[in-house]
Design a protein around this ligand. Structure first.
Ligand code: DHB
Length: 292
């Protein structure tokens, strides 16, 4: 369960992984092992994103600087499951990236077609007043959400917040006190990629990806101990909302670990990029019936 939303499986896709186009969304919809369909973070207008290569996988984890390539919120608002799809929650990830764009999207008629919104408050394109990451500064984070909630009349329920990776105890305390207890999201997703990592190809003498001098968000197994800790840290503090784990899940055992430390659901990103939608069947069976 994500708040009051009943998922059809404990696992579903992470935003950004194979969920940008109609074909991607249709494919996720057709798999009975996928508990919800979550979209790529959307903006007002469609975006091509950054130059290629902008995604790389070194076999252990991934790096990306996709640049918010997406089809625009009107497309995601008008997508409907294919007739042979499985009825499951449809969640639209909203990036903005500016505050006023976020408000435009959240108050649009198109957004009414979804079951929930995952508000991406950890996208590298949303910068706080001091140039850092919005959600790393809980005062900025509070102010950002206060204005959005006022403008939308708090009508965007149910919604969740996609959080960045946190490290220090006070970041969990401050986020709960200043943000979660104030705005009561239905869920939080822990966590977005680790910002500004670097994968470097020594044979070529250059970074794996082209945009931003090769710096990008690191996901996959590199991220797992961090996101697992983030779930556990929020759970220990008895947050009122559901917690979704996201980071480095490729086996049923990974899913169980997230569940055991407090996750109500788990998202899969890098492994889905690597092996396609079939990973859900394998991981679901391992999770449900043991092994791995
Ligand atoms: C992108 C990357 C992110 O980590 C995110 O949260 C949103 C968008 C991107 O580069 O497309």
């Amino acid at each position: 369960m994500l708040g009051n939303i009943k998922l059809t499986s404990f696992i579903y896709n992470a935003s950004g992984a194979q969920c940008t186009t109609k074909n991607h969304l249709d494919e996720l919809s057709r798999s009975p092992y996928v508990g919800a369909v979550l979209t790529k973070s959307c903006t007002i207008e469609p975006r091509e994103g950054n130059e290629h290569p902008r995604y790389s996988d070194d076999g252990f984890g991934s790096i990306n600087s996709n640049g918010l390539c997406n089809e625009g919120y009107k497309f995601y608002g008008s997508w409907r499951p294919p007739v042979d799809g499985v009825r499951k929650p449809y969640i639209i990830s909203v990036a903005g990236p500016t505050q006023s764009d976020t408000i435009t999207i959240l108050t649009s008629d198109e957004l009414r077609s979804c079951d929930a919104v995952e508000l991406n408050t950890s996208c590298p394109n949303i910068e706080s007043n001091d140039g850092g990451h919005l959600a790393y500064n809980s005062n900025d984070f509070y102010e950002y959400l206060r204005i959005i909630m006022e403008a939308t009349g708090r009508t965007i329920v149910p919604y969740g917040l996609k959080l960045p990776p946190f490290w220090f105890p006070e970041q969990f305390d401050n986020t709960i006190d200043n943000v979660l207890n104030e705005f009561n999201p239905s869920f939080i997703t822990c966590c977005n990629s680790l910002p500004n990592g670097l994968f470097f190809d020594s044979a070529l003498g250059q970074p794996d990806i082209k945009p931003k001098n090769g710096f990008g968000g690191v996901g996959g197994r590199y991220l797992k101990p961090i996101s697992l800790a983030n779930v556990a840290q929020f759970k220990r503090r008895n947050v009122r909302c559901s917690i979704v784990g996201c980071g480095g899940v490729s086996t049923g055992r990974d899913v169980r670990e997230y569940e055991q430390v407090g996750a109500s659901a788990v998202q899969i990103g890098t492994e889905l990029m690597r092996n396609g939608v079939d990973v859900f069947e394998a991981i679901y069976n391992e999770y449900r019936y043991g092994k791995k």
